[in-house]
Design a protein around this ligand. Sequence first.
Ligand SMILES: Cc1cc2nc3c(=O)[nH]c(=O)nc-3n(C[C@H](O)[C@H](O)[C@H](O)COP(=O)(O)O)c2cc1C
Length: 390
Amino acid sequence: MAELISSFPAISDLRAKARRRLPLFAREFMEAGTGLDHAVERNAADLAGVQLSPRAMRGPVTRDLSTSFLGQDFSVPFGIAPVGGTGMIWPGGEKVLAGIAAESNLPYTLASVATQTPETIGPIARGRGWFQFYPMADKEIQKDVLSRAHGAGFETLVVTVDVPMMSRRERQMRAGFQMPPRLTPRMLLQALLHPSWTRAVLQVGRPELATLTPYFADVAAAERMAEIGRQLHPEPAWSEVECIRAIWPGKIILKGIMQCDDARMAVAEGADAIWVSNHGGRQLDAAPSSISVLPGIRGAVGKDFPIIFDSGVRSGLDIARGLASGADFVMLGRPFLYALAAGGHDTAQLCVRILRDELENVMAQVGAERPADLPLALVKPKGTEIAQVA
Ligand SMILES: Cc1cc2nc3c(=O)[nH]c(=O)nc-3n(C[C@H](O)[C@H](O)[C@H](O)COP(=O)(O)O)c2cc1C
């Protein structure tokens, strides 16, 4: 680990390695936002603008990063966001990340459009697995998928509500990305130029949407993805929460809330938590950064309602920024893909180590003993502080 950390001291180093190892279509799938990537850029720029105030002379402080969220105790206040098609980035990637989550005692969210099933991942995650779900048009399939996930040991359901329609991911289109991958001459050339990725794929087999594909076995292979896409994004209404609540016995988190009114509705409809996210800038290029809406949403739902935050987080410092701005828990998507593609299990483990070390270091700089102390360190934007009388 010591040797690895000197090669990859930060997430940006893992990203650089991942970009070299992946063929273009997989790289663009991992990195793409939508449109001109303005929302991706805003996520990064606005996070960088969040300032924390250093504290001096606090004496020796015992720091404790452990955090309880929705009744579960985790060793750190961060975890792994759902990524559909993770097996495209690194074959068997979902298994690696679920194992890291279990070892590190942090949550791993398995996407319903992952390349591994809940039955495979549940036992590996050992209670740290959350299951991500898109409301489906066919309610019989919906019921079956949810009952499979719960039966496989997933007790927390993440319902993603910010994909009323698949967005246009132009970078992916230009790179010729398709799921499942089809061997065109262009993809073959890219694969040959990236032998370590190709070797790994050949060992595991072609990635498929393992959980959902069996329901569409009688649809012609060429039509199957389009049919799954139609099933997954039927533009749900708020009544969907009640419908899912009737069949899901565990906690429900709504992912993709970006507005105070929607946050209040989520509370009123009985969600157990909300997940403030602009989907890593992948849905609406005009969306505000999720860090910029987080303090307002915290104000709208009150200080005790559980909030998760993601989009643009690339360091332990960014995790601290999210926690200081009103989140109880922070999730990361692409950083764990960079880590997987950079070197599989060991670099994924290193990713957790980097984020943890950075977060602990930031907590030391600002005199925070626990993640919940971080809001005290937030430097409020000018004009919002109460004037000091000399
Ligand atoms: C390649 C890729 C695939 C994703 N697939 C899903 C998905 O299937 N379901 C979902 O709710 N979010 C999905 N997301 C969004 C992530 O869960 C998360 O919200 C986002 O990546 C956070 O931004 P970050 O990548 O900047 O950390 C995906 C993100 C990426 C990069």
